[in-house]
Every structure is written in C-alpha cells, then in structure tokens.
Design a protein around this ligand. Sequence first.
Ligand code: SF4
Ligand code: SF4
Length: 291
Amino acid sequence: MPKVTLMFKSRDNLYYEFFIENSDVHIMNTLRRTILAETVTLAIHDVYINQNTSVIPDEVIAQRLGLIPLRVEPSELNLTEEAAAVEPDLKRLYKLTARLRLRKINTEDATKVTKVITVYSGDLESIDKKTLRPIYDNIPIVKLGPKQEIDLECIAKVGRGKDHAKFSPVSTVAYKIMPTLNVKDNCTSCGECVNACPYNCLEMELGKPVLKSLGLYNCDLCRICVRHCPEKALEIEPNNRDFIFRIKLIGQLQIDEILDQIDAIFERKLDYLVDKIEESINEYLKQTTQE
Ligand code: SF4
Ligand code: SF4
C-alpha cells in the first residue's frame, strides 16, 4: 500500500510537499492532471461595462478581471457537489454564480494636479455573496486619470481548469520520481562521478558511490555522473515507485477542499465507467438472446 508523508507545508498554507512511497507513475499523473484540469473553482466570466473613460479598452479590463483569483466559502457555494456532477446542468450552474461590482472615479481636478489613481482587485465588491472576495487585494486592474471613471458589473461562474486556466486552483503541481543507483563490480573507486554531480548528490561509502540522503531529494536524473564514469560502472534510473509530490495553491481552494473534490471526481468517473461496462454487457446479452 502507498505511504504518504507530509514533508513541508508553507506558513500561508499555499505550498505542500509530500513524499509518496509504493505508488505508481500513472497514479501520480492522474492526481496531477485531475488537480490541474478537473477541480472546480469560481472566476469572473461575464463583464457588463456601464462606464469606462480610462485609456484601457473594455476587452482588456474584462480579460484582467477574469484572471483575478476569487474565493468563496464552501458554506455559501458548494463547489465539491459541482465537481462530482456527471453532466453540466444549467439550473444548477445558475445557482453557482456570483455578482461583483467595481465603481471608481478619480475626483482629482485636472487643472490643479495630475494625479493618477490605480484601481486594484481589492476595489471589487461582492453583491450577492457575503464571503466572496479576491484572494489578493493588490492586483492592478486599471489606472484612472483626473475625472476618469470605471463602472462595471461582473458575473463569476464555476468552471474547470480544462475549460480555461483561470479556473485552475494551482500555479504548480508536479511530481519528481526518486532515483535508484546501481554500481557494477568493475567500479575502481576513482570518485569521478562524485566530483561530476552538479548538485552534490553523491558521496563515496566503502569505496562505492552512494546517494546522500539529501542527494535522493536533489537528484534530477541528469545522468552527468553516468557519463563521467570511465569504467561505465554506474547506472542511475527512476525507480517509478517513490515520488515527491509538490503542489502550489493559488488560494481559490484550500488543500482539504481540493482533496474532497478529487475524491468526488474519481468516484464519479469510476461509477460512470462501471455503469458503461454493465450497459455493454447487458446490450451484448440482449443481442445474443435475440439471435
Ligand atoms: S543523475 Fe545528475 S543529479 Fe543525479 S546523482 Fe547523477 S549527476 Fe547528480
Ligand atoms: S566514476 Fe565509475 S568507477 Fe569511478 S567511482 Fe564512480 S562508478 Fe566507480
């Protein structure tokens, strides 16, 4: 059975590193792609511009608004339920929307002083969801010169990373396969491989090169050590069994919410597959009895 150890967690709860033993490359890849492309978050999708006298065109402002990461508490919008849904349902999707407003005027008098103000993501106000907020308040949206104004309303909708990258809850999710080192009998203990490693991963032990404990972590399987061995006595390969799994969250979902969604998505996909297999067996049996 796989064993998972949490190796590192950042103070802001946005970066995690796990050591996963006795698993498989396919499982790691499924996990990675599900987090990237299948989890459900909320992002601005439609923008209605009432007034924009800034120098930035409407389309550019709408594009910027779409990329602002938003968070809403699960008590107000349950995104895990949507992650588990088999088919998109318009009625359900309508309930999973939220409205935001952005109104700002630069009231500075142009004749006195030319003061430009910046409108930030923190100036967005939620209209219908108490807990909806931009995760970062300091993302610039537009600059307003004296007497310039921006007045718009946005509709945030749910979506998945495979629809658009703005829905993806992670900036990075990656895994690294741990290496295994094999030293053949013709090793002459010359130490060339140890000196060649650019990450200082190897050391000599009882006349043979071995991976240091930190070397296991740092080795990126570049195989420079292998190429520097004059005797061709060294082999280093991915073990395809043990992994370091790294995940950097943006903040729309917390790690436990992502795990809940993965659980729901896997269950839904497996149920769907099992149903389809059963259907195909029933169909086959029906055809053979008719014949
Ligand atoms: S594969 Fe590259 S990083 Fe790993 S031990 Fe060899 S030289 Fe160092
Ligand atoms: S370079 Fe080759 S021969 Fe020299 S210590 Fe490393 S494995 Fe042994």
